[in-house]
Design a binder for this molecule. Structure first.
Ligand code: URA
Length: 203
């Protein structure tokens, strides 16, 4: 058993999972369960979304609703499968009425994401949307114009290359985002395929 205490919660280092947490009162009330990351513990690519929605809260897995379908389809188009990558979120509990997680809630969950990334050691972290991009890069991010750019982000004690990407849900509301999403995933797949070298930089 590798479970240990994190302030306000517990972490299982073997499963890379938060096993209990009471740090965010509003989220403790709104969640039905904690939704941990899913996918290989040695994945080259780690996708970080915002927070679980209704389907994720119900099923206990990230990106299993409509956004997950978009992500799965695009992964498939670039020659990857959901089972090849790790998928996780900035915040592990469903916010009430699907609001964005508050900055304090993102910070409360950061230690878990730090441990997850440290356990995996990915080649590249891909942030899906504004919330994870701004959380990890610590600045305002214009995701559409910055999509595909790689910057470094320190999470916990380690620094990772982070590629900015639009959120898959954005492609449902604005089809022009579909091509941006596809390009970014292609670049991420190339990066991992090249052993961590960026072939495109930004586009
Ligand atoms: N949107 C997210 O950002 N994360 C999920 O897990 C599902 C939808």
């Amino acid at each position: 058993m590798t479970e240990d205490d994190v302030e306000g919660g517990t972490w299982d280092g073997e499963r890379l999972a938060t096993t209990a947490c009471e740090r965010c009162p509003a989220l403790v009330d709104s969640r039905s369960q904690i939704v941990n990351g899913a996918g290989p513990a040695d994945a080259d690519l780690v996708f970080v979304g915002e927070a679980p929605g209704a389907s994720e809260d119900e099923q206990g897995e990230p990106f299993v609703g409509r956004s997950g379908t978009v992500l799965d389809e695009e992964l498939h188009d670039v020659g990857l499968d959901r089972a090849d990558v790790r998928i996780t979120n900035t915040v592990r509990c469903r916010p009430p009425e699907n609001r964005d997680p508050h900055v304090e809630e993102r910070e409360n969950c950061r230690a878990y994401l730090a441990r997850e990334l440290a356990g995996i050691g990915p080649e590249l972290v891909i942030t899906l949307g504004k919330v994870p991009s701004e959380h990890l890069l610590g600045r305002d991010v214009a995701v559409t114009s910055e999509a595909g750019e790689i910057h470094e982000a320190t999470v916990g004690e380690e620094t990772w290359p982070v590629m900015i990407c639009v959120h898959p849900a954005a492609t449902l509301y604005d089809p022009s985002q579909g091509e941006v999403f596809a390009e970014t995933l292609r670049a991420a797949a190339d990066y991992a395929g090249d052993g961590g070298q960026s072939t495109l930089g930004s586009f």
